[in-house]
Ligand binder design. Structure first.
Ligand SMILES: [Zn+2]
Length: 238
């Protein structure tokens, strides 16, 4: 079967610029957990129609191999995680992570796991990225699409389409961990896979319902991400 290519017209490229500007101007608190209706509320009919068309794009036709999870509603029981700090080599000595979100049951499992890790090795992990909504993921996707000058192949490699990110699945959300001394960090050679925290996760995370999503040479063709752990394997007594 021949697949009809996904095309973006010159008019639509102009629409993208105006819609990104509108969304950026109206951005406010809790933006990373915004829902689609709120985003559509900022936009005109043509801009909304373009976003709806974009949601039909199939990234598997552009070399992305990740699973499709579906587009969920934003969970009502999100816990706000604020004031997380990690050590950095500056005068101040620390950096603070902005507010992050997790559904309550995932937050509970994370807290239990962190306490157990602290008991065992005296270390805790912070949340670099937790739950984000599909609507926010759509905004990110459009932002990168524009940045890559509408090159779909490059965009799908850089950012998951809405519905394809483990950070947007409310029941089985993934967490990107960061150590309290700031590993991983793009500008740093220290590797997460060499940390005591990672060694501990490999041995114990399953007891708390977490699983490493993208080990080395994973079947999804996704880069090795030792810090990315998904919640949702069945556990008793949690
Ligand atoms: Zn991740």
């Amino acid at each position: 079967m021949k697949i009809k290519p996904f095309t973006i017209s010159e008019n639509e490229k102009e629409l993208v610029k105006s819609l990104l500007q509108k969304i950026t101007e109206t951005k406010r608190d809790r933006f990373s957990v915004v829902n689609l209706e709120t985003i559509y509320g900022f936009l005109n009919k043509k801009e909304i129609a373009f976003l709806k068309k974009l949601l039909t794009l199939n990234p598997h036709e552009y070399g992305f191999k990740g699973e499709f999870f579906g587009i969920d509603d934003v969970p009502k029981d999100l816990v706000e995680i604020e004031g997380q700090k990690y050590e950095v080599d500056t005068e101040e000595g620390f950096a603070e992570i902005g507010v992050r979100y997790l559904p309550k049951k995932v937050y509970k499992a994370y807290t239990k796991m962190n306490d157990a890790m602290f008991n065992d090795i005296g270390k805790k992990l912070l949340i670099a990225s937790g739950y984000r909504s599909s609507a926010y993921q759509l905004f990110l996707f459009v932002w990168y699409l524009n940045m890559y000058e509408f090159d779909i192949e490059q965009t799908v490699k850089r950012v998951a389409m809405p519905g394809y990110s483990e950070h947007c699945v409310s029941d089985n959300v993934a967490i990107d961990f960061i150590t309290t001394n700031g590993i991983p960090n793009e500008n740093d050679e220290r590797r997460f896979e060499d940390t005591k925290e990672y060694e501990w996760l490999l041995k114990n995370a399953d007891k708390f319902g977490f699983k490493e999503s993208y080990p080395k040479d994973n079947e999804f063709g996704i880069n090795y991400e030792p810090w990315h752990w998904k919640y949702g394997i069945m556990v008793k007594n949690l």
